[in-house]
Design a binder for this molecule. Structure first.
Ligand code: HEM
Length: 500
């Protein structure tokens, strides 16, 4: 018996030792090849984010603390401000990079597109998103993109027909709330905008709106479940290699509710199509500026227009600038990540002068944050962290629109920003919609949709104000709900006044 055991042990040892030796050897060969690659490209390491505890556990603790205080983006931005625009860090023994250098982001999203993939994105998000375009790669993704692209031609929505029904429903929701005396004329716009987006998008993509603004209950449950599922996804990204530990019944239930809801939409759309065939905180500063200034432009530019179209909206220049400024400070996808599929390099950020290329080994993650990129003073000026669609020199705003035109004192987006100094920063220094081959397909649709919403709400309620005693905080210091997208944690409460 003991002889048999000793024989088995010997066999295990003789198999295991060469295997381990082979692993060590092949790691060494890869290490040497990576070093060679780095040397031949002049790569040097970027500054490292200090970690004081073993395996960088203290960094993970800080990330979770910031997340629980709803200040995650503020924390990530502070790390970059303290350490550099391209940094490397170790969290739970995993080495990765963060960068907000336009040159590096250009390389990730376009120049060396083929060197990077979404890494574990598909596995992490499969429970929620299944196998759609947001997680596809290679030929599968190309096929989906080619299928979808023709749909997104602006001629498909230029007459604004997809937006008008949902907007009427949204205005009806506002007036219903206002009729309730307990509302104090305060309406939280955030859930209404969520449903407005849902209704316009289903109308546009499926040819039939799900009309969630008309039948609130299900939509509210869907919204809650969608946010729960997204929060789980975001947590999974944060713990990287340990993502399998984040999940459980709550996630399963939320995903089920989301899937049931979307299946129902598709079913309803199919029925409809069948039938047709038969027939044949400063967030408050935003409110302040938007509510006070845009109506004048709307009056000037859109007066006398009974029906609006996309071109009319584009003529309200100030409105476009307000939306651009909003997406600058609050890009919907504030943080994104790519994983190297082969050993490669980022063009800048390494060495003492932080200008040398940086070696990125196969399997390492590189994250980039439009949220932080858009707050760089060297691109957007000293007041980069403030919401300022109006002119810097004069402080004049529209109705000073005419004044702006005459004196050429333009809002931030019309000024000679450092961002515009070269093609690289101009193209890769402002990225609310991503860039390169995977740039957002719905970019123009979303801008038109938002412009239409602002115009219609302001036409109906030109006198919007803050609720009395509402706490006002500095831009970027408000509580933010970070899932895969960014949203104000405490909603968007507004007092609507009918009186003209
Ligand atoms: C303000 C609103 C929006 C913003 C800021 C935005 C931003 C983005 C961003 C950052 C991505 C890249 C995400 C990634 O890493 O994969 C993306 C992708 C995409 N967006 Fe949007 N988006 C908006 C609205 C929309 C709307 C309304 C639609 C559709 C009606 C849409 C359709 C898409 C599609 C199909 C992709 C995938 C493109 C691809 O991977 O090839 N987006 N969007």
């Amino acid at each position: 018996m003991s002889e048999a055991i000793s024989h088995t042990m010997n066999t295990i040892i003789w198999i295991t030792i060469p295997f381990i030796a082979y692993k060590i050897y092949s790691r060494y060969i890869t290490y040497r090849a990576d070093q060679e690659f780095g040397k031949s490209h002049g790569c040097l390491p970027p500054p490292r984010v200090p970690a004081r505890k073993f395996l960088g556990r203290d960094r993970l603790t800080k990330i979770f603390e910031a997340a629980s205080e709803s200040r995650l983006m503020e924390y990530f931005w502070s790390v970059l401000k303290e350490n550099g625009m391209t940094v490397d860090h170790v969290t739970l023994a995993k080495h990765s990079f963060s960068t907000i250098e336009p040159e590096n982001i250009q390389c990730l999203l376009s120049g060396k597109f083929e060197d990077y993939s979404f890494g574990t994105r598909k596995q992490l998000m499969y429970a929620l998103l299944g196998d759609g375009i947001f997680v596809q790669e290679g030929p599968e993704w190309k096929h989906s993109r080619e299928l979808l692209r023709p749909q997104f031609n602006f001629r498909e929505y230029g007459d604004l027909a997809h937006f008008s029904g949902p907007m009427e429903d949204l205005l009806r929701c506002i007036s219903t709330t206002l009729m309730d005396p307990t509302s104090n004329r305060v309406v939280d716009l955030q859930p209404l905008f969520f449903r407005y987006t849902l209704d316009t998008t289903t109308s546009f993509l499926f040819g039939k709106s799900i009309e969630s603004l008309k039948s609130g209950d299900k939509a509210v449950k869907f919204e809650e479940a969608f946010n729960v599922a997204q929060t789980f996804m975001a947590k999974r990204f944060r713990v990287a290699a340990f993502w399998r530990l984040v999940g459980g019944k709550e996630l399963r239930d939320a995903c089920k509710l989301v899937h049931d809801f979307t299946d129902e939409i598709i079913e309803r759309v199919n029925e409809h199509n069948g039938a047709r065939d038969e027939d044949k905180d400063d967030r408050y500063v935003f409110l302040d500026k938007v509510a006070k200034e845009i109506p004048d432009q709307i009056m000037e530019t859109l007066s006398g227009k009974e029906t609006l179209n996309r071109n009319d909206l584009r003529q309200v220049k100030y409105l476009t600038d307000v939306l651009k400024e909003t997406l600058r400070l609050y890009p919907s996808v504030p943080l994104n990540m790519k994983t190297a599929v082969r050993t490669t390099c980022l063009p800048t950020g390494g060495g003492p002068d932080r200008k040398s290329p940086v070696l990125v080994k196969k399997g390492e993650d590189v994250s980039f944050s439009p949220y932080s990129l858009h707050r760089r003073k060297d691109f957007y000026g000293e007041d980069a962290e403030e919401f300022r669609p109006e002119s810097l020199e004069t402080g004049h705003t529209v109705p000073d629109f005419a004044f702006n035109l005459l004196t050429r004192h333009f809002p931030r987006w019309q000024e000679d920003l450092p961002l515009f100094r070269d093609e690289l920063t101009k193209t890769w220094g402002y990225l609310p919609f991503n860039g390169g081959p995977r740039i957002c397909l719905g970019m123009d649709f979303a801008m038109t949709e938002a412009a239409y919403a602002v115009v219609k709400i302001l036409q109906r309620y030109p006198n919007m104000t803050l609720p009395p005693h509402e706490k006002v905080v500095k831009t970027g210091q408000e509580k933010q709900a970070i899932t895969l997208v960014i949203a104000p944690e405490e909603g968007c409460r507004v007092v609507f006044d009918d009186r003209f």
